[in-house]
Design a protein around this ligand. Sequence first.
Ligand SMILES: NC(=O)c1ccc[n+]([C@@H]2O[C@H](COP(=O)([O-])OP(=O)(O)OC[C@H]3O[C@@H](n4cnc5c(N)ncnc54)[C@H](O)[C@@H]3O)[C@@H](O)[C@H]2O)c1
Length: 339
Amino acid sequence: MNRKIRCAVIGLGRLGYWHAVNVKTKIQSAELVYICDRNEELAKKVSIELDVPNFTTNPSDIFYNDRIEAVIIASPTSTHFELLKEAAFSNKAVFVEKPLVSNLDEAKEIFEIMKRHNTICQVGFMRRFDPAYAEAKKRILRGDIGKPIYFRGISRDPASPPEEFIKNSGGIFIDMAIHDFDIARYLMESDVEAVSAHGKVLKYPFMSKYQDVDQSLCYLEFESGAVGDVESSRNAHYGYDIRAEVIGTEGTIFIGGLRQHNIQVLTSSGAVHDIVQDFPTRFKDAYYLELEDFFNALLEGYQPKVTVEDGVKAQEIAVAAQESFFKQEKVSLKTSKIL
Ligand SMILES: NC(=O)c1ccc[n+]([C@@H]2O[C@H](COP(=O)([O-])OP(=O)(O)OC[C@H]3O[C@@H](n4cnc5c(N)ncnc54)[C@H](O)[C@@H]3O)[C@@H](O)[C@H]2O)c1
C-alpha cells in the first residue's frame, strides 16, 4: 500500500471544512487523523461527519503529537503567526491559508524561523492550481502572447464576509487583493516595485471601524516595466466574480468567466445563464489540487510550488497597497522589502 502522510486540519470554518473534506475523501496520499477548532461543538460535529478519529479545541494537541507529520492551518489570519511558529518548533510540514500572516514584522520573523528549522511550508494561493490560471501560465511560458506587459485582476465577492471575519482579516488588500498580487507576480514573471491604492466603503458601514473598505483599486508597477490593476470588491450581489487578463506584446489571455455551467437557457423572454455564487464552487478543483500537490511534495521530496517566500512577497505588495491607501500616495516597495 502507498504511504499516506498523517495530517491534521486546524480551523473548520468556511474553507477549513472543505480542506478536511478534500483530505478525507479525495487525497490518496494523506490520512486525516486529527481536526481542531476553537468551537468544540463544530470540531465534534465535523469529526463525526467525516469519521476523523480525534478532535480538539487546542492546536498544541496536534503540534506535539509525534504521529502527525503535516498540519493544514485554516483558522483566522490573526492566528497564523502563532500557529506557524508552533509548526516550525514541532517540525511539522505546514500548509497555511493565505495570507501567510497579518503584517510584515510577523512575515519577516516567520520566514527566519522557518529557514532555521527547515520547515516545509506551502501557502494557499490556490489560483496557481486552478486549471484556467494554470493553462494561462503554460501559454505565457510558451510565448503565445509575447512579453506580458499588462495585468488586470478582478476579484468580487457577492457580499462582505461576517464582521467577525473582517475584524481578523487584515483588510481588503491583505485578505482579498493578495490573491491577485500573487497571481500577478506569477503570471507576469516579475515582482512588483510600486503600488498606488484607492478604496471606499460603498455598502458596509461597519468596515470603517476596522479601517477597511468594501471596494478598492490598486495600480501596480512591475520590475519588468509592465503595469497592471487589481480591483477588489465585496459588492458583487450577482455572484462570485473572479477574472484576469494578461496583455502581451503579441496577444492577450482572458482568464475565467461568470458561468458555473457552460449553458444558456433561451426563452421568449430572453437568454439566461447561471453565475458562480461562491469560492468553494469556483475553486473546487484548485483547493483539491493544491493540497494533493502539497502531500505529493512531501512524499516525493520536492519543494512545494507556492513557498513561504511567495507568501512573504505577496504580503509585501499587500502591505504597500494598504500604506498607499492610508497615505493616499504611491508607495515604492524598494524600501519596505524584507526579502
Ligand atoms: N484561499 C481562499 O480562497 C480562502 C477563502 C476563504 C478564506 N481563506 C483563508 O482561510 C482562513 C480562514 O478563513 P475562513 O473564511 O474559513 O474563516 P472562518 O471564520 O469561517 O473559520 C475559521 C474557523 O477557525 C476557528 N478558529 C479560530 N481561532 C482558532 C484557533 N486559534 N485554533 C483553532 N481554530 C480556530 C473558528 O472557530 C472557525 O471555525 C483565513 O486565513 C482566510 O484568509 C482563504
